[in-house]
Design a protein around this ligand. Structure first.
Ligand code: 5RP
Length: 231
């Protein structure tokens, strides 16, 4: 199977968790795109009804609108039954790096509001240590880029401004500093706490204690990795 077929397999398996009447967090990225296509088909066929989706990006909103899925904001629907999203790295404790697709701020808000967060990945996203393949995306106001970069360097890593001379701008009008940690992140909780303590940081891509399940598609089939009740 190609990488894209693996992503689709994980996405379709996650959509099997969806029941009529749910408020759904709709993630962002190529894997989640498969889930939204599947959801949209089931919705249009009448196999699922009374759904409300909370999109985590304008891209996702546009895709869901193609299927006429009813959409709302977190302010309108603060309790999310199930969120489905992708990830850039997943470790053995179901801790994640997200945000290479640039939607981390809304993704984290939706993940925190969700009773269940199901993460869908192909097996290439599994890592022993977070930060070994992907940087940690850090969203900051455009005006704060320099100060935030200094703080990140003081934390022992190397920030690079996404987009360089033409900075990438998120749906929230912010920039992203991709924070590279040589050798990976020894203590994700400590780094997350340090990032949370930086006034310039609007959101970061360490999603710790949030995923309730990770569905991994590999050449030998699907694996369902589950964690116990939310901490
Ligand atoms: C977007 C994300 C994505 O979920 C993550 O980048 C994975 O994307 P893909 O499914 O395309 O590999 O965090 O902000």
């Amino acid at each position: 199977m190609s990488a894209d077929e693996l992503k689709r397999a994980a996405a379709w398996a996650a959509v099997e968790r969806v029941r009529s009447g749910m408020v759904l967090g709709l993630g962002t990225g190529s894997t989640t795109t498969h889930a939204i296509h599947r959801l949209g088909e089931l919705w249009q066929r009448g196999a699922l009804c009374d759904l409300v989706g909370i999109p985590t990006s304008e891209r996702t909103r546009a895709l869901a609108e193609q299927y006429r899925l009813p959409l709302a904001t977190l302010a309108e629907k603060p309790r999310v039954d199930l969120a489905i999203d992708g990830a850039d790295e997943v470790d053995a404790n179901l801790e994640l790096i997200k945000g290479l697709g640039g939607a981390l701020l809304r993704e984290k808000e939706v993940a925190r509001a969700a009773a269940e967060l199901v993460i869908i990945v192909d097996e290439g996203k599994l890592v022993e240590r977070l930060g070994t393949r992907a940087p940690v995306p850090v969203e900051v106001a455009l005006a704060d880029v320099e100060r935030a970069a200094q703080r990140l360097r003081a934390l022992g890593g190397a920030p690079s401004l996404r987009g360089g001379a033409t900075p990438y701008v998120t749906d929230n009008g912010n920039a992203i500093l991709d924070f590279h940690v040589a050798g990976g992140i020894a203590d994700p909780a400590a780094l997350a706490a340090a990032l949370d303590a930086c006034a310039e940081v609007r959101a970061h891509g360490l999603f710790l204690g949030l995923a309730s399940e990770v569905i991994v598609a590999g050449q030998h089939g699907l694996r369902y990795l589950r964690r116990g009740p939310r901490r």
